[in-house]
Design a protein around this ligand. Structure first.
Ligand SMILES: NC(=O)c1ccc[n+]([C@@H]2O[C@H](COP(=O)([O-])OP(=O)(O)OC[C@H]3O[C@@H](n4cnc5c(N)ncnc54)[C@H](O)[C@@H]3O)[C@@H](O)[C@H]2O)c1
Length: 461
C-alpha cells in the first residue's frame, strides 16, 4: 500500500519505518528541515533501539522516503497517518492546533485532485487526541474537499525505549472506524503485524479515542498507587519492595507498573492524565482519582529533593533554618536524565524538576546519561556539567543521585563509587540497590519506601 505519515517524531518515524519494513511504500512528511536533512542522510534524530537499522535499510531499498511536500504525499497515498504532537495547553487540554492544521493541509491538497483521480482515502488519527477530534478533522478536510474518504482513529500504544519491538509485535491494535470499508483497509494494513494472534479490536471512533486515554491513565494511576503505598511503607517501617512483590504476584493486579520511584514523566502520561481531567471537567464531571494520581506523581519529586536537602540540613550542626535549606558549595553527581531508560527523551522528566531545584539551592551538578546528553543540553545549557562516563560524574561530588534506571547503573562498582565521591552517600530515586548491602559497604543510602529511609517531608519547595 502507499502510505503517508505526517509527523516524523517518536511515533511517526517508528510507524513509518515499521510499515515500510512490511513492504509498504511509505513517505514520511515533516516540516522540520533539520530533521529531514538528518533522516535523508541516514541519521536518526532520536534514540530508539533498532530504529536506525530499520530506517537505513528501508530507505536504501526505496520503500521509505522523507519529504516536506505534504500535498503530493497525501494525494498519492491510500492511507495518511497524522502523527504530529498534541502537547498540553495552558488549561490542561490537548493542544490540537498541529492536528487541525495538518487536517487543513490535507483538505487543501486533496482539493487539487482532478475528479477522475478522487479515489477513496483513509485519514488516520494516530496522535493521542480527545474524543470528537476525528469528527473535527473530518469537518476541516470536508471544508476543502468532498471526495470519498473516512477519518479513522488508530491510537498508538508503543512504549519509548521499545517502540520498534512494540510496533512490530503489538499486544493489540485498536481501530475506531465508522465505516466497514475503512475498518477492512486498516485490518489489512495491520495483518502482517498480528500473526502471533494478538487482536485487532475494531470499535467506533469515539471509543477508540477514549481507549488511548483510559489505558494511559490507568497505568499512571497504578504508578501513583505504588508510590502512595511506598510512602506509607516509609512512615510505617515496612519495605515497599516486599509489599510490591506480594501485591504484584496476584494476577488480577500484575507486577508491572508497580515500581515506586520518582513517578512518571515523558510526553504522554502527564499530559494525557491532565487532558482527561480537563475533558471530565468540561462535562461537569469530577475526576478526583486522576487528580490524585497527578498530585502524588509530582509530589514524588518534591519528596526526593527534600530528602537531599534534609540530609544536608541534618548534617549541619549549627546555623539557622534558612542555612539548613541551602546546598551552596555542594556538588551532586546525577546518573540518568531521560524520563526513563532506553530513550533520549527528557520531556517532563524528573531530572527537569530535580536538577533546577538543586541549582536553586546553590548546588552544582555533574550529570551523566548513556544517551540523553545531547538532548539534555537543550534544557540545561551550561548550567550543569556533562560527563562522558558515569564514574567521571562522581569525581569530587558530595553525593550520587540516581534518577533514571538505565541498565548500566544497576550493578555499578560500589568500591569505585566510594573512592570517587567525597563521602559515601547515595540518593536512589529508583530503588535499584539493596540497602543492607550498601550499608555493609559503608554507604549512607537513601531510597524510597524502605526501612531506614524515612527522610520524608512532603511539603512542596
Ligand atoms: N512518544 C510516545 O511514546 C507516544 C506514544 C503513543 C502516542 N503518542 C502520541 O503521538 C503523537 C506524536 O508524539 P511524538 O512523541 O511522536 O511527537 P514528536 O514531537 O516527537 O513528533 C511530532 C513531529 O511532528 C512534526 N510536525 C508538527 N507539525 C507538523 C506539520 N504541520 N507538518 C509536518 N510535520 C509536523 C514535528 O516536526 C515533529 O517531528 C502525540 O499525540 C503523542 O501523544 C506518543
Amino acid at each position: 500500500m502507499r502510505i503517508c505519515v505526517i509527523g516524523t517524531g517518536y511515533v511517526g518515524l517508528v510507524a513509518g519505518a515499521c510499515l515500510a519494513e512490511m513492504g509498504n511504500t511509505v513517505t514520511c512528511v515533516d516540516n522540520d528541515e533539520d530533521k529531514l536533512t538528518a533522516l535523508r542522510g541516514g541519521l536518526i534524530p532520536i534514540y530508539e533501539p533498532g530504529l536506525e537499522e530499520l530506517v537505513r535499510s528501508n530507505t536504501r531499498d526505496g520503500r521509505l522516503s522523507f519529504t516536506d511536500d505534504l500535498a503530493s504525499s497525501v494525494r498519492e497515498a491510500e492511507i495518511t497517518f497524522i502523527a504530529v504532537g498534541t502537547p498540553q495547553s495552558e488549561d490542561g487540554a490537548a493542544d490540537l492546533h498541529f492536528v487541525l492544521g495538518v487536517a487543513g493541509e490535507i483538505g487543501r491538497a486533496l482539493a487539487t485532485l482532478p475528479p477522475q483521480e478522487r479515489s477513496y482515502k483513509v485519514i488516520v488519527d494516530k496522535s493521542t487526541v480527545p474524543v470528537g477530534t476525528a469528527a473535527r478533522v473530518r469537518s476541516v478536510i470536508a471544508s476543502h474537499y468532498d471526495g470519498p474518504l473516512d477519518v479513522v482513529s488508530n491510537p498508538e500504544f508503543l512504549k519509548q525505549g521499545a517502540a520498534v519491538d512494540n510496533f512490530m509485535k503489538p499486544d493489540r491494535v485498536v481501530i475506531g472506524a465508522d465505516s466497514k470499508e475503512a475498518a477492512a483497509l486498516m485490518q489489512d494494513l495491520y495483518a502482517p503485524f498480528m500473526r502471533t494472534g494478538h487482536p485487532v479490536i475494531i470499535m467506533d471512533v469515539k471509543s477508540a479515542e477514549l481507549t488511548k486515554y483510559a489505558a494511559n491513565c490507568f497505568l499512571a494511576l497504578k504508578i501513583s498507587y505504588a508510590n502512595e503505598i511506598a510512602n506509607l511503607c516509609e512512615s510505617l517501617g515496612a519495605d515497599c519492595e516486599s509489599v510490591r512483590a506480594g501485591v504484584g504476584a496476584d494476577p488480577r493486579i500484575g507486577s508491572r507498573f508497580l515500581f515506586p520511584g520518582l513517578g512518571y514523566g515523558g510526553s504522554c502520561f502527564p499530559k494525557d492524565v491532565r487532558a482527561l481531567i480537563k475533558t471530565a471537567h468540561d462535562l461537569g464531571a469530577g475526576c478526583s482519582l486522576l487528580e490524585a494520581a497527578d498530585r502524588v506523581n509530582f509530589g514524588q519529586r518534591d519528596l526526593f529533593i527534600n530528602k537531599v536537602i534534609q540530609r544536608f540540613a541534618d548534617s549541619t550542626e549549627s546555623g539557622s533554618a534558612g542555612q539548613h535549606r541551602n546546598l551552596t558549595g555542594l556538588t551532586f553527581a546525577v546518573w540518568g536524565l531521560s524520563f526513563k531508560p532506553n530513550t533520549d527523551d527528557l520531556r517532563m522528566a524528573p531530572s527537569l524538576t530535580i536538577i533546577p531545584a538543586l541549582l536553586k539551592q546553590g548546588a552544582r551538578v555533574k550529570a551523566y546519561d548513556p544517551k540523553a546528553l545531547l538532548t539534555a543540553r537543550a534544557y540545561f545549557g551550561d548550567a550543569i556539567t556533562y560527563t562522558q562516563s558515569a564514574y567521571e560524574a562522581l569525581e569530587g561530588a558530595d553525593a550520587l543521585l540516581l534518577l533514571t534506571e538505565w541498565n548500566e547503573f544497576r550493578r555499578p562498582d560500589f568500591r569505585r563509587i566510594k573512592e570517587l565521591l567525597k563521602q559515601p552517600l547515595i540518593f536512589d530515586g529508583r530503588n535499584q540497590y539493596d540497602p543492607a548491602r550498601l550499608s555493609s559497604l559503608g554507604f549512607d543510602y537513601y531510597c524510597l519506601g524502605r526501612p531506614g529511609t524515612a527522610l520524608s517531608r512532603r511539603e512542596p519547595l
